[in-house]
Design a protein around this ligand. Structure first.
Ligand code: AMP
Ligand code: ZN
Length: 479
């Protein structure tokens, strides 16, 4: 029997690293706030997805493959989506606003799947769309009104923050501090400037649903409360609570604070999420990613530049989720170099068992940085089967992740050797050692590998009928 494993996670609610004890080890329940589907996911959006992917892999490893329920929603009703559809209509797109919205959300969900699949992130067990849960949201809103936590005003329903004394506990702020610091929408019908919208009226052309408060649509926060309730808290035995709720640290206030207020007031006996996990933000070359700085890019932009999803994933794993992360060209180079080496070393191994120190790194608050350090130790120590098993566990080098490993006609090990030689060649060019660069190119040619250089990307290569793996190995060995 293996030792019982203790997982520790930093809980934003208590601000402490705590031993994680699931409510029900046979069904560990997770909720991650998903994207608002109006545009391609930017690189920052991938961070919580990868963090939660690592988390769910670890939980399945510890509690069993089928003992996790992971939910990540799609916010498919939102003013940003409406604005995007209006913009498209003004630019000449055909169709009603509703049709354009439907088209855009469906297209964005497809993109999101393609992009996150490319990063090796497993699809969650449930991916609810907000618009499929309108009745549940309305029921929760009615319940909150009935319990005195929400009120109706001019076609809106607002949550009354003063009715919930614990409001602000997650982010550690008082309501008065929040009013001073936040950009809150002041509306004459609000009892308190911090009160937030549960339901709001829709114009005829905007998406809307009939309700006791008039035709309208839900606010953003109520979506997550209703969907997590419907999918994770069905079992009354568990006290209307579930295990782990996550998202980027930017969502802590107001979004998560508001989710807690809604869910805890609707279910005063439950605890809602017991553990809150927040990832820090991603930056680019030391600066906030923003359109105005010209350093804003989507996951797809990087994939299209020829940076494989596996390399992107590796770069994310280099930084602990609680630290701010910097995306740099240097890290991309390092990731490619390391993965090339690891493919070469362990491409032919088939072990599926991770090395225990790699698991130990993850049980300690998902320390992916340390997990990669342990993989380097395996690589240096020559334990390639354990390396392979550990990489698969981390979501690298699996069948799930396309792009990097597989080149038609080459085995993984051969691909690794070719990439290693190409890497040496580009290093030689960088130091203007053209004699070496040419020798390597000629060596590849002699081994029967044709190389095509690609602007701003990894060179492409293919086999000729003269391919000879012994010559290839010799070229590498001569380095
Ligand atoms: P949004 O679509 O802006 O609601 O964001 C979707 C998810 O991406 C949320 O969990 C955000 O916290 C997260 N996120 C947004 N920007 C970044 C960033 N720069 N770094 C890390 N996570 C981010
Ligand atoms: Zn949410």
């Amino acid at each position: 029997m293996a030792e019982p494993v203790t997982i520790r996670l930093t809980n934003s609610r208590t601000r402490k690293k705590e031993v994680f004890e699931p409510l029900d080890p046979a069904n560990v329940r997770l909720y991650l706030c998903g994207p608002t589907v109006y545009d391609r996911a930017h690189l920052g959006n991938a961070r919580p997805v990868i963090v939660f992917d690592v988390l769910q892999r670890l939980l399945r490893h510890v509690y069993g493959e089928n003992s996790v329920t992971y939910v990540r929603n799609f916010t498919d009703v939102d003013d940003k989506i409406n604005a995007e559809a209006r913009r498209r209509r003004e630019a000449g797109a055909e169709g009603t606003l509703k049709e354009l919205i439907r088209e855009r959300t469906a297209e964005t969900i497809r993109w999101y799947h393609d992009d996150m699949d490319a990063l090796g992130a497993a699809r969650p067990d449930h991916e609810p769309r907000a618009t499929d849960y309108i009745p549940q949201m309305q029921a929760m809103i009615a319940d909150l009104i009935g319990k005195g936590h929400a009120y109706e005003a001019e076609g809106h329903v607002l949550f009354d923050v003063r009715s919930y004394p614990a409001y602000g506990q997650l982010s550690g702020r008082s309501v008065d501090d929040m009013i001073a610091g936040a950009r809150v929408e002041v509306a004459p019908f609000k009892r308190d400037p911090m009160d937030f919208v549960l339901w709001k009226p829709s114009s005829d052309e905007e998406p809307g649903w009939d309700s006791p408060w008039g035709r309208g649509r839900p606010g953003w926060h109520i979506e997550c409360s209703a969907m997590s309730d419907a999918l994770l808290m069905k079992d009354p035995e568990h006290d209307k609570s579930f295990d782990i709720h996550g998202g980027g640290i930017d969502l802590m206030f107001p979004h998560h604070e508001n989710e807690i207020a809604q869910s805890c007031c609707a279910n005063p006996d439950g605890k809602f999420a017991r553990v809150w996990l927040h990832n820090e933000m991603l930056q680019v070359e030391g600066k906030k990613m923003s359109k105005s700085l010209g350093n804003f890019f989507t996951v797809r932009d990087l994939l299209d530049q020829g940076i494989p999803g596996e390399v992107i994933r590796y770069v994310f794993l280099m930084t602990h989720y609680r630290n701010p992360m910097d995306w740099t060209a240097e890290k991309v180079r390092e990731a490619k170099h390391t993965l090339t080496k690891w493919y070469r070393q362990s491409g032919l191994s088939t072990s599926t068992q991770p090395y225990q120190p790699v698991v130990d790194a993850l049980v300690d608050d998902l320390n992916t940085h340390e997990a990669l350090a342990q993989c380097h130790a395996l690589s240096n120590g020559g334990d390639f089967p354990a390396l392979r098993g550990s990489l698969t566990f981390l979501g690298l080098m699996g069948d799930a992740i396309p792009g990097w490993a597989r080149v038609p006609g080459f085995s993984d090990a051969e691909t690794g050797v070719v990439r290693d030689i190409l890497w040496q060649r580009s290093r030689a060019r960088e130091r203007q050692d053209y004699a070496t660069a040419d020798r390597l190119r000629d060596g590849l040619k002699k081994a029967g590998v044709i190389v095509r250089d690609v602007a701003d990307g990894e060179p492409e290569f293919e086999k000729t009928p003269e391919f000879d793996v012994n010559v290839l190995d010799q070229v590498q060995a001569d380095q």
